[in-house]
Design a protein around this ligand. Structure first.
Ligand SMILES: NC(=O)c1ccc[n+]([C@@H]2O[C@H](COP(=O)([O-])OP(=O)(O)OC[C@H]3O[C@@H](n4cnc5c(N)ncnc54)[C@H](OP(=O)(O)O)[C@@H]3O)[C@@H](O)[C@H]2O)c1
Length: 349
């Protein structure tokens, strides 16, 4: 049976990447694409690379247009999703790429977003350890899924195995992350002009204000860290590459684990994962090698002099960081093969 799909925010970066992946999915047909200011225009006017979907026209994003599909993807600016979710009560599966349904704590929501706390949905990072099982077990049969924040899932995947195994101390995490401007969406913003970002690296949200911090804390608490004992210093840096994230995350070694035991925590966690790779000792990932791929590529080092574990992670923010996670979660929720339509090869150089 072919599943009918609607994608909102289809003129944007996340919506466009969801469409690129779904266009190669044998079990779905993209019937409807919606946008806001671009409604009424051909999809390819905004996504000229999506040639196989050239027959689609962007419609207005309304509950009526989105209703009646088997699966609806919401790829809207933060705060816009919740207004549609009530109207989609009869839709078997809704997947939100935005932040609206990610946080379980009303206090975190109030502190970092404000306003009414929308209902939390199943978190779309299948590889994370949650209450002793992989999150994919919580995604099977799910009807409402919150795809992750790209920075948050990159850091969470970097550190969760060490937390779950008790070999790192979540009370002193430091993470510095380089990210390209597509992470901020396609809408015109002065700070994202080429003249503002080419040839320079720009830190932002310095000092614990980035909205992905509570999402990282939530994932690490689920992996087994004491919720009131997680401290994260997180600093993102905007760098001039269209897509990609390179996160360097460090935490103190806990206990008297040997180097082999520490490394085994990550090896064991990801041994059977098709979309998370642990590179050999001494090898570290580059963003160039994950572009277009649904892959989180990790390199791990143990710095005994600093008494810290260092994990360097490369992720394509639009694939494993958003659209790939969303499609992977859809596959799991619907009982399809998890890897369907998800590329593991990137595009290089
Ligand atoms: N970019 C990433 O790497 C990334 C990663 C993880 C999660 N996300 C999340 O994905 C969501 C979309 O991000 P994006 O980067 O794709 O943003 P974007 O490129 O700016 O696209 C936003 C889309 O939403 C539409 N839109 C704008 N205002 C709207 C409204 N009031 N009602 C309905 N539709 C509206 C836009 O339509 P028009 O163009 O027609 O106005 C466009 O299609 C965000 O919640 C973001 O946090 C993004």
């Amino acid at each position: 049976m072919t599943l009918s799909v609607a994608v909102s925010g289809a003129s944007g970066y996340a919506g466009g990447e969801i469409l690129r992946l779904l266009a190669a999915h044998p079990d779905v047909e993209v019937r409807t694409v919606t946008a806001h200011s671009s409604a009424g225009q051909p999809l390819v006017a905004h996504q000229p690379h999506l040639r196989s979907l050239a027959h689609l026209e962007l419609q207005a994003t309304t509950p009526e247009v989105l209703a009646g599909h088997d699966v609806v993807f919401l790829a809207l600016p933060h705060g816009q999703s919740a207004q549609y979710t009530d109207a989609l009560a009869d839709t078997p599966l809704v997947i939100d790429a935005g932040a609206d349904h990610r946080l379980t704590s009303p206090d975190d929501w109030a502190a970092f977003y404000g306003g009414e706390h929308p209902e939390p949905w199943a978190y779309g990072v299948p590889e994370l350890s949650v209450d002793g099982v992989k999150q994919r077990e919580h995604l099977r049969g799910a009807t409402r899924i919150a795809a992750p924040g790209c920075n948050a899932s990159t850091v969470a995947l970097s550190l969760a195995p060490g937390v779950a195994a008790g070999v790192i101390d979540a009370g002193d995490i430091v993470s510095v992350l380089a990210v390209g401007p597509s992470g901020a969406g396609k809408a015109a913003k002065t700070n994202l002009l080429a003249s503002e970002i080419l040839g320079t690296a720009n830190p932002y949200a310095v000092g614990g204000t980035h909205r992905h911090i509570p999402e990282i804390r939530q994932a690490l608490a689920a992996a087994g860290a004491p919720a009131d004992g997680i401290r994260i210093s997180f600093t993102p840096v905007l760098v001039p590459m269209a897509r990609g994230i390179l996160a360097t995350s460090t935490a103190p070694i806990q206990g008297d684990a040997t180097d082999a035991e520490i490394r085994a925590a990550w090896e064991t966690a990801y041994a059977d994962e098709p979309f998370v790779e642990l590179l050999p000792a001494g090898v570290f990932p580059r963003t160039a090698d994950v572009l277009g791929a649904n892959i989180a590529s990790l390199g791990l080092a143990i710095d005994r002099a600093a008494n810290r574990v260092i994990v360097v992670a490369a992720v394509d923010n639009l694939v494993k960081g958003t659209a790939g996670a969303a499609v992977q979660s859809m596959n799991i929720a619907l009982g399809l093969a998890e890897t369907t339509a998800l590329p593991v090869n990137g595009v290089a150089p």
